[in-house]
Design a protein around this ligand. Structure first.
Ligand SMILES: [Zn+2]
Length: 129
């Protein structure tokens, strides 16, 4: 295992959130580098929906995230292929994050409102007491 790790920089992990596949001997999957073309590279990075993710030359995406149609007859990725298959937890996480942002926004508005009206703040404190 340790030997396999040193062979692949950054562990050869798949860059997709929630995917624990990694490049090891005997793993039947393909691990694709990000395209060199900047436009396509952005498309791939955007598809991952990982905030702040920047693909490096070591970033890989495993073949689990590409449809069969993404491959041509010789088993290579088509030049227009973009990863589209992702695990459900990825979307779940995004929803939770959105919800968190909504709650934070409401709290900030509430604090802003009450700190601008000191008398209301006192009344509320009295009600809670
Ligand atoms: Zn993967």
């Amino acid at each position: 295992m340790e030997k396999a790790r040193s062979k692949y920089p950054s562990g050869g992990f798949c860059a997709v959130w929630g995917c624990s596949n990694r490049q090891t001997k005997g793993d039947g999957r393909k691990y694709h580098r990000f395209p060199r073309d900047p436009t396509k590279r952005k498309q791939w990075a955007a598809a991952l929906k990982r905030e702040g993710f920047v693909a490096t030359e070591y970033s890989r995406i495993c073949s689990d995230h590409f449809t069969k149609e993404s491959y041509n007859g010789s088993g290579r990725l088509n030049c227009s292929a973009v990863p589209t298959i992702f695990n459900f937890p990825d979307h779940l996480r995004l929803t939770v994050n959105k919800l968190r942002i909504c709650v934070m926004h409401a709290v900030v508005q509430w604090i802003t409102f009450y700190s601008s009206v000191p008398s209301n703040h006192v009344t509320l404190a009295a009600m809670l007491a």
